[in-house]
Design a binder for this molecule. Structure first.
Ligand code: C2E
Ligand code: MG
Ligand code: MG
Ligand code: MG
Length: 274
C-alpha cells in the first residue's frame, strides 16, 4: 500500500511539475511576443532627499500587461526572461526607452535603471550604455544603474570590469536590495558603487522592531564611513520617514513619497497606473 501511495504522490508531483514548466514556457513565449510588439511600458517612481524633500531622481520600473492575464509583476517575469534569453532584448529596450524619455524632460533629473545580473556578465552592456547615451543625448551623470549581486553573475571578474567601464563613462552604480540575499557586505567589498539602496524589508519593521532599527542604524553608519549615500526603499508611513530623518538617512523612496507612474509634465506629477 505504501508503494501505491508513493506512486500516486509521484504522479501528482510530476503533473504539478508539468504544469509549472508549461506555464513558464507559455510566459516565455508571451514575453518574446511582447518584445517583438514592443508592448512594455515604463513607470517612474520618485526618489527624494530625506532632509530637504528635494527630488533626487526617479527609478525606472518595467510594466507589462500580459494578454489574457493582466498586469504581471516584473518580480515574476524577469526571472523567466533571464531563463529564456529575452532579458537582453528587454533590458536594451528599457535602457534605450528610459534614456530617450528622460532626455526630453524639462527637468534634468537622474534616472535609475535596473540591470539584471545576467546583463552584467555580458560585455555588450558597455557598448549598449555607450550607444543609448549617444542616441538619446542624455548626460551620463543623469544615468544610474541599479544592480543586485545575483546568483546568476557567472563571471564575477567580467561583471566587475563591465561596471568599471560603465562608471568610467560617468554613469553611477547603486547596489539594490542591500542587506538581503545576494546583496551583502561581500558586494560592498568587491564592487565599485555610488549608492546603497536599503532593502524595503527593513522599513517594514523599523517602527516595531528594535533589532531592525539597530540594523538600519548600522547600515547608515556603514554608508557614512564609506562616504556613500544610503537610500531607504519601501517607505510607506510618515513614522518610517521620521525614523530615517533622525537616523540621518540620505534618500528615500516609497509609496509615501510617490507611487510608480507615468511622468506627467510640466507639473511632474505622476499619472498613477502602477
Ligand atoms: P526593485 O528594483 O527593488 O524595485 C522596487 C520595487 O518596490 C518596485 O516593484 C516598486 O513598485 C516597489 N515599491 C516601491 N515603493 C514601495 C513601497 O512603499 N512599498 C512596497 N511594498 N513596494 C514598493 P516592482 O515594480 O514590482 O518591481 C519588482 C522588481 O522587479 C524590482 O525590484 C526589480 O528587481 C525588478 N525590475 C523592475 N523593473 C525592471 C527592469 O526594467 N529590469 C530588470 N532587470 N528588473 C526590473
Ligand atoms: Mg531597483
Ligand atoms: Mg530594490
Ligand atoms: Mg527588489
Amino acid at each position: 500500500r505504501a508503494k501505491a501511495e508513493f506512486e500516486t504522490r509521484i504522479c501528482y508531483f510530476e503533473s504539478e511539475m508539468d504544469d509549472h514548466a508549461r506555464e513558464r514556457r507559455s510566459m516565455a513565449h508571451d514575453l518574446w511576443e511582447a518584445v517583438e510588439q514592443g508592448s512594455f511600458e515604463l513607470a517612474y517612481q520618485v526618489q527624494k532627499n530625506v532632509a530637504s524633500g528635494a527630488v533626487t531622481g526617479y527609478e525606472v520600473l518595467l510594466r507589462w500587461d500580459r494578454p489574457g492575464h493582466g498586469r504581471v509583476s516584473p518580480a515574476d517575469f524577469i526571472p523567466i526572461a533571464e531563463e529564456c534569453g529575452a532579458i537582453g532584448a528587454i533590458g536594451a529596450w528599457v535602457l534605450k526607452t528610459a534614456c530617450i524619455e528622460a532626455a526630453s524632460w524639462p527637468e534634468p533629473h537622474k534616472i535609475a535603471v535596473n540591470v539584471s545580473g545576467l546583463q552584467l556578465s555580458q560585455v555588450e552592456l558597455v557598448d549598449l550604455v555607450k550607444m543609448v547615451l549617444f542616441q538619446s543625448g542624455l548626460a551620463p551623470e543623469r544615468l544610474e544603474l541599479e544592480v543586485t549581486e545575483t546568483a546568476i553573475i557567472a563571471d564575477k571578474k567580467r561583471a566587475l570590469a563591465t561596471l568599471r567601464q560603465i562608471r568610467d563613462m560617468g554613469v553611477s552604480i547603486a547596489i539594490d536590495d542591500f542587506g538581503t540575499g545576494y546583496s551583502s557586505l561581500e558586494t560592498l567589498r568587491s564592487f565599485p558603487f555610488d549608492k546603497i539602496k536599503l532593502d524595503r524589508s527593513f522599513m517594514a519593521e523599523v517602527e516595531t522592531s528594535e533589532q531592525s532599527k539597530a540594523i538600519v542604524r548600522a547600515i547608515l553608519a556603514l554608508g557614512r564611513s564609506l562616504s556613500v549615500p544610503v537610500l531607504a526603499e519601501g517607505v510607506e508611513t510618515q513614522e518610517q520617514l521620521d525614523v530615517l530623518r533622525v537616523e540621518g538617512c540620505t534618500e528615500a523612496q516609497g509609496f509615501l513619497l510617490g507611487r510608480p507612474g507615468r511622468m506627467n509634465w510640466p507639473e511632474a506629477d505622476m499619472l498613477m497606473f502602477a
